[in-house]
Structures are given as structure tokens and as C-alpha cells.
Design a protein around this ligand. Structure first.
Ligand SMILES: [Zn+2]
Ligand SMILES: [Zn+2]
Length: 609
């Protein structure tokens, strides 16, 4: 027994000595191989104490210049947020060269320190050696300007780029094009692009993206077509950008065209692209196409599985979402917090209370995913939808973290549906604190008041909103026909087919009254006016005009797909249900929250949204 103990302690000492000796030998003979492994450890270093330890070793053994170890240490200190140590080391380092300055500037740039970047740049150019910035310097400077600079800062760097003759460097030019695009100066981007003699595919991709980001998706598409014409073969970045363009434009035919291109260019094996395509179809209301794309993915990864789950969730196909989730787990894919957000969302969008509660409980126990704010929002929404308002409020009070605006918003939404003014006020008060400038919360509370006939309080909230200078976005609906998107606003007579649309609207209303005894749900008119005026106001909502247009123009074989910027009102929802029954049409409306699939007189949301 004693022997064993002695042995174990001596063994322990031996191991310690050996590692010590190893370190001694390492100190004595620091060759190239050691330096490169030291640099690797600096690059992957994640703790400040380890960084200091390596620093000590470097001080004792090598010169800072050896393999640029000093520069790497500066970068490491900056990365770990110890700016003072980085700056001290930088100032102590003898023989600083351009690489040293670049590693300091790029470290600052990654941290978003705009002022420090400019200071370091001017110090660098004013040193005795008079270092001239190079491509690396400019890329760091442009990147910090993109993330936090003003247009003037960018222009200043552009000037230096010209002065030092770097307009022939394609990476620098591309970064400048992006810089101007991000600061909403597309004209400057275009001039740079047109004048550049060194364009490459990245330049074209950048032009597509910055137009998209500035709300000019069609222009982005023009650039894409031009790049094809001059002979560029799209890469992954191009296709992903064009898929985003398609989402923005919203024309299904266009998405189908890009789908064809994906097959033609052999990108159908690229999971990143097919997942984005699946997501696009879902956003355009084509859930069947999403699921076809998903089934064609050879061995879907967790991104693809989750994207398909999200599609089922926003379309309100809760049962399919659950089936999909169980299949995903069976296939050995571990769900993460994003997966659970979509799963709980799916349960909530379809009113599957028990299932939702089950997954909320098992997510941490079985899958080791701790519930986050998003998951609590889903649960509040789910309980609220079933009228369990007090339970939802109880869950909020028991939350281990501070409830977010999403959580209170879900409760306020439920209070609106169930007309619980008292709890609604509580939720709204918290929301006004958390998001004082979000007009939607004021509208929702004012709606709760007006639905219960408290007109004075409703108008008080609306006045409060006005005082704060918040305006209500006006509702508009979009529908695709003839490769074009048609936009309608409330009471819209601007469309060339307005006469026919209004005639159709009247005809449907009459049919609905005669065949189904349909009565307008005028409680959704939020003004204190006479009933017949209310009925006239509500009959001109943009989605109703879009539905009438769809009935006239879209083939009975195809669903009528409408996009709406705001939440659909109760009367339009009832109307869509009625039309789906009497006209035997499928209607899909995507509002600001989700998709509603109307057919045979009912909606996939089961009347809760
Ligand atoms: Zn409406
Ligand atoms: Zn619905």
C-alpha cells in the first residue's frame, strides 16, 4: 500500500519533471517548427491568462520579430479585449514594420474602434519610416467604416486609396463599392463599378446585394442578368443573393426561373442553396414546392430540417411540423434552440396546447436545450390562444429571466382576442416601457379599448401615439398576376381594372349575405361611427380588393396568394373563409405574422392569429 503510494507520488513528480524538462529543451532550441506551433496556439488562444503565459515565454526566448510573434500577440490581446496590454506591447516592440501596424489596425477594425483605426493609420504614416498603407490596411479601414463610420470617413479612405494607387486592387475596389452601398450612396458605388477595370464575380455579387439592401431588388436583378450576359458563371454567393432578390420581388415565376438555373448550374447538391430555395418557396406561399425541394435534398443537414420545420410552422401546419420534428430526431439530427422555437411556434399557430406543453417540458430534460426568451414567447402565445390568459401571465411571472417585449406582446395579442382589458393594460404598460416608440403596441391597446366600447380611452391612447409622433403604417396588399405584382391600398380605385374589381366585390358581398347570411364584423372598425358607414369602411380593406382582383384574374386551378403588410383584420378573415367556400377557391394570405390557408370555409390558423 505504502509502496504504491510512493510510486504514485514519484510517478507524479516524474511526469511533472518531464514536462518541465521538455519546456526547458523547448526554451533552448526554439526552431521554426516551434515558432509556428506557438503562433497556432496564439491564434487559437481564448483566455487572457494563457495569452500572458505565452507572452512570458516569448519574452524569455525569442525576439518579437521572429515569425511576427509580437504582432500575433498584439492581435491576440486585442481579440481578447485587453486593449491596454496590446497597446503597451505594441509600443514596446522594437522594429515595427508594416505587418505590425496592420495587425494593430485590423485588431481595432474587428472591434469596431473607428477612431483608434484612424489614429493608428495617421501615426503609421507619420513614423520615421513613413510606412505606406497597403491592401491589408485599406481592407481593415474600409471594414471599420462599413460597420460604424460615416460617409465622410469612407470618402477619406477612398481618397487615400486613390493617392496610393490601389484602385487596381479588385478586393479594395469591391470593399469600396460595398461601403458606398451600405451608406445609401448607390451613385458612388455605380461610378466605382463602371470605372473599374478589374471587376470580378465578387464585384457583380456586391452590386446585386447593395441594390437589394437599398430596396431596389429589380435593379439587383438587372445586374445579375448583365453578369450572365458578360459571361460570369454564378457562384454560391450570387445564387443566395438572387434568391433574396426573388423574395423581395415576390413573383413566383421568377423564383421558378432561379430554381431552373440552380439545376442547370449543378447547384442542386449545394445544401446551403437548396435550403434557401426551400425557404423562399415557403415565404412565397408555396409550401408544397418547399416540401418537394426538401425531399430532393440527398441527406439534409440540421439547417435544411429546421428550414422545413419553420415552413410548416409559419403556414400553420402544426401536425406536419410535429411529424417532421420526430422524423428529424429519428434521423439522428439533434435539435437546437432554433428548432424548438419553430416547433413551439408550430404548436402555437395550430392551437396544439398539450403538444406544445409537452415539447416545452422535454426540450431541456431530453434534448438539453434550455428554454430561452423566444420559447417563453411561444408558450405565452400558445396559452393565450386557448384563452388560458391567467396561466400565460403566471408563466411570465415565473420566468427565470426578464420577460422581453416579445413575451408581453404575445400576452397583449391574446388579451385583444379575448377582450381582457384589465390584463391587456398591464401588458401594454410593460410594452410602452420596453418599446416606447413601437406604434403597434399603442394601436393594439387602443383596439382593445374600442372593441369593448371604451371610446374615450381608445382615443386617449391614439392621441398619446400622435404626441409621440408615431404614425400608423397604412395597410396594403400585394398580389401577383401576369409576372407583375399588383399593389392595393384601402379604398383603392387607381387600378385600371377598378370598375370590374368593385363590381366583383359587390357581387361577392351580396352572395355572402344571401347564401350564408354573412354579417360584417364591424367591431373591427375602430372609429365611433354609424353601422352602415362602418360596413362601407370595412368593405374596402386592401385584402378584400386584392381577393376580388384574384377571383377575376387568377385561374381557378391556382391558389390566390396575397401578401399583406399588417395583420389581417377579423372581417377580412371571415370574408376570406366565406369566399373559399362559396367560390370554391384556395386563398393564401400572408400577413405580418404568418400565413393563412383558407379553403372550404375554414382557415389553417383556426381563427387565432
Ligand atoms: Zn380587413
Ligand atoms: Zn387565419
Amino acid at each position: 500500500m505504502i509502496k504504491a503510494n510512493v510510486y504514485s507520488s514519484s510517478k507524479h513528480r516524474f511526469l511533472y519533471c518531464r514536462s518541465f524538462l521538455c519546456r526547458r529543451s523547448f526554451v533552448r532550441s526554439l526552431d521554426e517548427a516551434n515558432v509556428s506551433s506557438l503562433i497556432t496556439s496564439i491564434k487559437s488562444c481564448i483566455s487572457i491568462s494563457l495569452c500572458r503565459l505565452i507572452h512570458c515565454k516569448v519574452v524569455k526566448t525569442v525576439s518579437y520579430r521572429h515569425g511576427f510573434i509580437g504582432d500575433q500577440l498584439v492581435a491576440c490581446y486585442l481579440r481578447l479585449g485587453h486593449d491596454v496590454c496590446a497597446e503597451k506591447l505594441f509600443d514596446e516592440m522594437p522594429e515595427r514594420d508594416l505587418v505590425s501596424w496592420n495587425s494593430l489596425i485590423s485588431g481595432y477594425s474587428e472591434k469596431g474602434y473607428l477612431g483608434k483605426c484612424f489614429k493608428a493609420l495617421s501615426r503609421m504614416m507619420r513614423t520615421e519610416m513613413g510606412f505606406k498603407p497597403n491592401e491589408v490596411t485599406f481592407l481593415s479601414m474600409i471594414s471599420v467604416c462599413v460597420n460604424g463610420g460615416s460617409k465622410e470617413d469612407g470618402r477619406c479612405i477612398h481618397g487615400l486609396v486613390m493617392k496610393f494607387g490601389f484602385l487596381e486592387e479588385v478586393k479594395v475596389v469591391n470593399a469600396l463599392i460595398n461601403l458606398y452601398g451600405k451608406s445609401k450612396d448607390l451613385a458612388s458605388s455605380c461610378i466605382l463599378f463602371e470605372d473599374s477595370s478589374v471587376k470580378n464575380l465578387v464585384s457583380w455579387n456586391t452590386m446585386i446585394l447593395i441594390h437589394l439592401q437599398n430596396g431596389l431588388a429589380e435593379e439587383g436583378l438587372v445586374y445579375f442578368n448583365m453578369s450572365r450576359r458578360v459571361g460570369y458563371k454564378p457562384d454560391q454567393a450570387t445564387v443566395l443573393a438572387v434568391l433574396r432578390v426573388c423574395e423581395d420581388i415576390g413573383v413566383v415565376k421568377l423564383a421558378q426561373g432561379v430554381h431552373g438555373l440552380i439545376m442547370f448550374c449543378g447547384f442542386n447538391g449545394n445544401k446551403c442553396i437548396t435550403t434557401a430555395l426551400l425557404d423562399l418557396y415557403s415565404k412565397l406561399g408555396r409550401l408544397e414546392d418547399s416540401s418537394t425541394v426538401f425531399l430532393e435534398i440527398a441527406s439534409p443537414d440540421s439547417m435544411a430540417w429546421t428550414a422545413m420545420l419553420a415552413a410548416y410552422a409559419t403556414h400553420g401546419y402544426g401536425r406536419d411540423a410535429i411529424k417532421h420534428f420526430e422524423l428529424m430526431v429519428q434521423c439522428g439530427i439533434s435539435p437546437d434552440h432554433v428548432t424548438f422555437t419553430h416547433l413551439l411556434n408550430a404548436c402555437s399557430h395550430s392551437g396544439l396546447v398539450e403538444e406544445g406543453k409537452h415539447y416545452f417540458e422535454t426540450m431541456s430534460k431530453r434534448y438539453r436545450v434550455e428554454p430561452r426568451l423566444d420559447h417563453y414567447s411561444c408558450m405565452v402565445d400558445l396559452m393565450g390562444r386557448s384563452g388560458l390568459l391567467q396561466d400565460a401571465y403566471g408563466l411570465i411571472k415565473d420566468m427565470p429571466m426578464e420577460p422581453s417585449s416579445g413575451v408581453w406582446g404575445a400576452l397583449l395579442g391574446a388579451c385583444r382576442v379575448y377582450g381582457d382589458t384589465e390584463l391587456g393594460i398591464k401588458a401594454a404598460e410593460r410594452l410602452f416601457e420596453l418599446e416606447p416608440s413601437d406604434g403597434r403596441n399603442y394601436i393594439m391597446l387602443s383596439n382593445i379599448y374600442s372593441a369593448s366600447g371604451q371610446w374615450k380611452d381608445a382615443s386617449r391612447i391614439r392621441n398619446l401615439m400622435k404626441q409621440k409622433g408615431l404614425v400608423r403604417a397604412s395597410g396594403c396588399s400585394y398580389i401577383e398576376h401576369g409576372n407583375k405584382i399588383h399593389k392595393f391600398v384601402v379604398g383603392d380605385w387607381s387600378h385600371p381594372e377598378s370598375e370590374r374589381i368593385q363590381k366583383k366585390l359587390k357581387e361577392i358581398r351580396k352572395k355572402m349575405k344571401n347564401e350564408m347570411g354573412f354579417k360584417s364584423r364591424t367591431e373591427f372598425v375602430l372609429h365611433d361611427v354609424d353601422e352602415d358607414v362602418k360596413e362601407e369602411m370595412i368593405s374596402q380593406h386592401s385584402e378584400k380588393i386584392a381577393m376580388a382582383f384574384g377571383l377575376l384574374m387568377i385561374s381557378p386551378m391556382e391558389p390566390i396568394i396575397i401578401r399583406k403588410n399588417l395583420r389581417i383584420c377579423g372581417d377580412c378573415h371571415e370574408t376570406a373563409k366565406a369566399i373559399s367556400l362559396i367560390e370554391k377557391r384556395r386563398i393564401i394570405i400572408r400577413d405580418s405574422k404568418r400565413f393563412h390557408h383558407f379553403s372550404e370555409g375554414s382557415c389553417s390558423c383556426r381563427d387565432y392569429w
